[in-house]
Design a protein around this ligand. Structure first.
Ligand code: NAD
Length: 311
């Protein structure tokens, strides 16, 4: 098959629907052989979904003349991650691309979240990304090449009622930056995307109340820009275009970077940097911090958006 990924093997986790499905279809359209992983779970990580959804995506790919295999393991265990990568290597003798897309949401204000809410969300998004990368990394190192795309969220920047999800997705950001450093010398790249593909997913329905509550409280929503959720513009294909492009040779120089994509917009977040700094040759004391002008210089322009009486 011809295309940008002819001869390549791609693995996409959580590819049975929505964003992951669009990514799998695009890889296949561009000539890659694709492992379509999905356990067919419900949006909250329960088992109420349809285990056949990965096979349906495979059927679509095959009907269009492509090559794909369904894989039903959960990413949330080391064994699952190993099985997903092994499916590619055992079937086609290689893996070139790994897209960690699987993710779930269990929303609740921090005082109401359960240990299970915490563990399930962290296990799928964060440990799940580690599990597949851990399995693929030795192959990538041995073949001196490979590409990883991880999936974060702007909710990682803070999102009312989603502390578990925020923690998982910012964990993905740290994982991404460090894997890029760990594997760069072997020609392996690792980037992340923070997608919004609203209203394409039942998952999103479970979080609309958190957005409404955030608005009612007058908070800024996850990052310092008015929320522009385009309800009528789901476009998982736009998200897929960015993720798949990042895996292509056109992005051969891009690693350790953090992208945003929704419908009609793609952006890139800056490398983390200090906003402002103060120095004390002998170390800081409370008196030094209380000295006139010091706190004003450091945080005087930081607007309180969360406490009563916000200015
Ligand atoms: N949709 C959005 O607006 C949005 C916003 C920010 C981030 N994201 C992230 O993008 C990714 C895809 O989002 P989506 O809206 O397509 O989600 P989705 O819920 O529609 O699809 C996710 C898929 O992952 C599968 N999955 C869940 N747990 C799994 C596991 N343990 N192992 C294997 N597969 C599993 C599910 O069965 C499902 O088919 C997720 O990581 C999500 O957190 C989405």
């Amino acid at each position: 098959m011809s295309g940008r990924f002819a001869g390549k093997v791609a693995v996409v986790t959580g590819a049975g629907r929505n964003i992951g499905r669009a990514q799998a279809l695009l890889f296949a359209r561009e000539g890659a052989r694709v492992v379509v992983n999905d356990l067919g779970g419900g949006p909250n990580g329960d088992e109420s979904g349809d285990a056949g959804i990965a096979q349906q995506v495979v059927d679509e790919i095959v009907a269009a003349g492509g090559e794909a295999m369904a894989e039903g393991s959960s990413v949330a265990s080391m064994d699952g991650g190993a099985a997903i990568v092994a499916k590619a290597v055992d079937t086609w003798g290689r893996i070139d691309i790994l897209v960690n897309n699987a993710g779930i949401v269990r929303a609740g204000r921090i005082d109401q979240l359960t240990e299970q809410d915490w563990d399930l969300v962290l296990d799928v998004s964060l440990k799940g990304s580690f599990a597949t990368i851990r399995a693929a990394a030795p192959v990538f190192i041995a073949q001196k090449g490979g590409v990883i795309v991880n999936t974060g969220s702007t909710s990682g920047y803070g999102h009312y009622g989603m502390s578990n999800y925020s923690a998982a997705k910012e964990g993905v950001a740290g994982l991404t930056r460090t894997v890029a450093r760990d594997l760069g010398e072997f020609g392996v790249r690792c980037n992340m995307i923070r997608p919004i593909s609203a209203q394409t997913t039942t998952r999103t329905e479970g979080v609309m109340w958190t957005i409404e509550r955030s608005r009612a409280l007058g908070q800024t929503f996850n990052w310092n820009r008015p929320l522009a959720l385009r309800r009528t513009m789901p476009m998982p294909e736009s998200v897929a275009a960015l993720a798949v492009w990042l895996c292509s040779d056109a992005a051969a120089h891009v690693s350790g970077r953090d992208f945003f994509v929704q419908g009609d917009e793609i952006g890139v977040f800056p490398e983390p940097e200090l906003h402002r700094a103060i120095f004390a040759a002998d170390g800081f004391t409370l008196d030094a911090l209380d000295a006139p002008g010091v706190a004003d210089y450091l945080v005087g322009d930081i607007v309180n958006r969360f406490l009563p009486g916000a200015r």
